[in-house]
Design a protein around this ligand. Structure first.
Ligand SMILES: O=C(O)CCC(=O)C(=O)O
Ligand SMILES: [Fe+2]
Length: 320
């Protein structure tokens, strides 16, 4: 039996409704989690469960459309990074068994129209803004906890265009997903600032906080959203906050077939022109990373994940 990861459950209520001291206390709890395991379960986060359930329902409806129709919304440009990705098309050193749809803030050229799927776009847009508000508040917590000035992240997120992703891991035989090099999603770190992650009740998400190969289960906890630090935040905080490996594998359930699983990550990225330069706070502290341009970083990592042509061009950035 896979051990359960030691991830704190933090209530966000005191941040949203509390006074300055309450806000500081929540910020501290988040920082403690982000600087150790790199993950936290947030409850009382302000996005109603009915809304989250509605988005899971929408994902189910979208992915049950015929493949040929879903391919009319195919994601094909790393710069736009929006639309549908079929099972097997996103891989980075292994084989994932999943299909995805990405939704963005400003432009969604590859999105089902009202006649394709009534209510899809407005509901996704609305959920997107709720996730953005929550995500920016989480960034504010980090700014507070690290004494960067409460508005530190505001300056680099004025045009932030995160990626709201719907993921469907189809029902699959365990022996397929348990082959060497295969997973529902292979071990990786996320590459933006941080990620909000809603998961259904199926399970299978595992994290490896110390990159020792000892993956531990991040079990679904109803009513919470998981938040994890991603590579750009690790760079920006000069390794104070930790971007940790995670994957989705077979949950230890009985039977030969894994049930379908759905999850909804929201990947937060800074403005494309932002320069992400490590913050040093101690007298003799040295920067562990070179400054990188956030837009180039995102394009390069996206192209690499999808093996799109942009990767051939390269940017000189090496992966964290
Ligand atoms: O499905 C999950 O629980 C994790 C998804 C994930 O890690 C990702 O899309 O980067
Ligand atoms: Fe991830």
């Amino acid at each position: 039996m896979t051990e359960t990861a030691n991830i704190a459950v933090v209530s966000f209520d005191r941040f949203v409704h509390g006074n300055d001291a309450d806000k500081r206390a929540v910020a501290r709890e988040l920082y403690d989690a982000f600087s150790t395991v790199g993950w936290v379960y947030l409850k009382d986060h302000g996005i109603p469960q009915e809304r989250v359930d509605e988005i899971f329902g929408l994902a189910k409806t979208f992915f049950s459309l015929p493949l040929q129709q879903k391919l009319t919304w195919k994601l094909s440009d790393a710069e736009v990074n929006q639309g549908y990705t079929a099972d097997g098309a996103e891989a980075n050193g292994g084989v994932d068994h999943k299909e995805c749809y990405e939704h963005r803030r400003f432009a969604n050229p590859s999105c089902p129209s009202r006649s394709d799927l009534a209510g899809f776009k407005p509901t996704m847009d609305d959920f997107y803004s709720q996730c953005l508000t929550l995500g920016l508040n989480v960034l504010k917590c980090l700014a507070i906890a690290m004494d960067l000035g409460d508005d530190f992240f505001d300056a680099i997120t004025t045009k932030a265009d995160p990626q709201l992703r719907l993921i469907h891991y189809p029902e699959i035989e365990k022996k397929v997903v348990e082959q060497q090099g295969h997973a529902r999603i292979i071990p990786h770190t996320d590459f933006g600032l941080c990620t909000l992650l809603f998961q259904d009740s199926v399970g299978g998400l595992e994290v490896d906080p110390f990159h020792t190969g000892e993956f531990k289960a991040a079990l679904p906890i109803p009513g919470t959203v998981l938040i994890n630090i991603a590579d750009l935040m690790q760079r920006l905080t000069n390794d104070r906050c930790r971007s940790t490996l995670h994957r989705v594998v077979s949950p230890k359930a009985a039977g030969d077939v894994l049930p379908a699983r759905f999850s909804i990550p929201f990947f937060i990225h800074p403005d494309p022109e932002a320069l992400i330069d490590p913050v040093v706070k101690e007298k003799d502290e040295t920067k562990k990373y070179e400054a990188v341009n956030a837009g180039e970083w995102r394009r390069w990592n996206t192209a690499r994940n999808y093996q799109l042509p942009e990767v051939a061009v390269g940017t000189g950035i090496t992966a964290a």
